[in-house]
Design a protein around this ligand. Structure first.
Ligand code: MLT
Length: 243
């Protein structure tokens, strides 16, 4: 039986080179968009609408519905929104049944790029094992789409890719011919015993540290805090039915 493909796309600018209109795309933005999405669903959010611009998000405010509006640019919360993009805001809030409208610097943009021709699910360290198990049950090729930072490579998303690749390749159901897939694995092997330490000089860790949100980094690197798998249905993320 032919093996399934795994590809790792390191930045949004490269996605057109990997798009094949058939793979399942796992969008990852560890710090912090997809980590926030995963914990939001774990805490009971019913729907999450990822939009690419602040203006689009604000249109929902005038829509009359009781949306929670969150926006981040350059790591900081955008004024006039309910929250920025810290995943920890969902820990102390009653968000059961609520709809979140979210726009972030890279993560929501990547989802909106991928959705044009592909099925899209959201990954982070928070749902690592769950998404690996779910992908293994789908007889589909996989593209792991790293949101990066403003179209540049970043370490943390690529480390997630390596961690997910490790689990998929252990099944012997996938081939390993993509160089970026192999590179992500090498990076993961090098970092997996001390992710926080490995990332101490990373660009985004330092960006968040300057904003005094290092605790978010610790939170986003803690694996398997949820089994929820956010899946895009049209323009809305919902929780994939447990399969
Ligand atoms: C992103 O979109 O790159 C991140 O979510 C930014 C952040 O949360 O700091």
């Amino acid at each position: 039986m032919a093996k399934r493909n795994i590809q790792v796309c390191m930045t949004p600018k490269l996605f057109g080179l990997y798009a094949d209109k058939k793979s399942i795309v796992v969008v990852v933005d560890v710090l912090r968009a997809t980590s926030s999405m995963c914990i939001a669903f774990e805490k009971g959010v019913e729907k999450l609408i990822p939009v690419s611009t602040v203006e689009e998000a604000l249109e929902y405010r005038n829509g009359g519905r009781d949306y929670i509006l969150v926006a981040e640019r350059n790591g900081k919360a955008v004024k006039s929104f309910d929250f920025g993009n810290s995943p920890q805001v969902y820990l102390d809030m009653d968000v059961k049944g609520r709809t979140v409208v979210m726009t972030t610097t890279n993560g929501t943009k990547s989802i909106n790029i991928a959705k044009k021709d592909h099925d899209v699910v959201v990954g982070s360290f928070l749902n690592l094992d769950a998404i690996a198990k779910w992908l293994i049950k789908q007889d589909r090729d996989v593209i792991i789409f790293c949101a990066g930072w403003k179209d540049k490579f970043n370490l943390e998303d690529t480390l997630f890719a390596g961690a997910l690749v490790e689990q998929l390749l252990d099944t012997d159901l996938y081939d390993n011919s993509c160089d970026a897939t192999q590179a992500s694995q090498v990076l993961w092997d090098r970092a997996k015993d001390d992710l926080f330490g490995f990332l101490k000089n990373s660009s985004h860790r330092n960006r968040l540290a300057k904003l005094n949100i290092d605790s978010d980094v610790h939170f986003c690197l803690k694996a398997n805090q949820t089994n929820k798998i956010p899946i895009l249905k049209g323009n809305v993320l919902v929780v994939e039915d447990e399969c």
